[in-house]
Design a protein around this ligand. Sequence first.
Ligand code: PMP
Length: 439
Amino acid sequence: MTATDPRPSHLFYVTRLRRPLVDRAEGIYLWTQDGRRFIDGSSGPVAVNLGYSNRHVLDAMKAQMEKTTFAYRLHFENDPAEDLARDIAGRMPNGLDRIFFVSGGSEAVESCVKLARQWAVATGQPGRWKVIGRMPSYHGGTLGALTVTHDGQLTGPFEAQMKAMPSIPAPTAYRDRDNLTMEQRGLKYADMLEEKILAEGPETVVAFIMEPIGGAATNALVAPDSYYPRIREICDRYGILLIHDEVMSGVARTGKFLGGDHWEGKPDIVSLSKGIGSGYMPLGAMCAPMRIVKPVLDMGGFAHGHTYAGNPLACAAGLTVLQEVDRLKLADNAAARGADLIAGLQSLADRFPFIGDVRGKGLMTAIEFVADKETMRNLPLEVNIGQRVLDLAYERGLIVYFRRVKGGVQGDCVMVAPPLIVTREEIGEIVSILGDAIA
Ligand code: PMP
């Protein structure tokens, strides 16, 4: 995409690509300065759950701005942070009612990892520090979050500076061509955690981190139902903390407040980010129970914190986002429109023989392209089909989500995850443009 702005740009981001300049955004749409309209079929990077320019959020932010935008938390607490923490605590399972604010998903994940490690020290188990993750997975781009991220493309250049943590395969049961039932496969993947814990030495492992519904690395991956309780059981057996990274799957995205709520998940620590800020402010949170937080505070405090954590402006935005999620019944809408979307994507799979899988929960969905549906053999890497579909959809004014994972065990996917305010008609439009791009 070439920029229409003739001025030299000093920006750089992930790729060399220069995208058009945005002018304004509203609902599920963005308009560029050259007058084009885009449907955001991916909520940015699956973040703008509420849609753009929600009046209530903007008004709450303006009102807070008139009071103060910032007060450092080591000097002052603030009402929006107190209110937002209380609100989030009320939505958490398993007694996770202590809320530690940060400014994004990577910070939230690092906070989880550091809290787990400091809890181990505080409870007299200093030898426990390894955090087992899944391959492939994405938990953030900062060096600490990267140690639990398993994606060769992202970790490759930094291996000298980080201590990569152990991993087990992501539960890509839908790809397996064995004689097991889905539920048996769920158990098989979960039991790999126990094998890994035993191989590493249980006395060295402090936590297991996973997304209840896989996002950036595994594209709306849902494990068989049997997986979730078995993972919890194994963590309990070895006294290992279960961290749910809900940065992408949280905040009503999948039809319930947390992705883990579909299985009545009982995590020990939860990370949240994208959906609570919903594009209005950078915001993230770590949620933990007093039984983990207390020993850490008792040993002199949590050795972690960020300047902008829990600032009143971000929290005022986050609080109103959650109020709007309730008022607009966005969890229900995500479930209902998600069913429409899956049906639409299934119709594309019926039409195109190289769509090998349609999956997801609520409005976190994906299609997977394969060379052969029977064997689930991947297309050659050079075909780069995910990127091509993304580009062709973009040319047609539709944004979808694609990230190539090096060293992954899956094929090429694009994710479709529009804002949770999307209507049935808009779902129809998204599916229609996507079908056109694929054709
Ligand atoms: N965890 C998960 C599950 C994510 O999807 C992401 C972002 N894609 C992150 C962590 C990192 O969040 P951020 O980009 O806000 O640092």
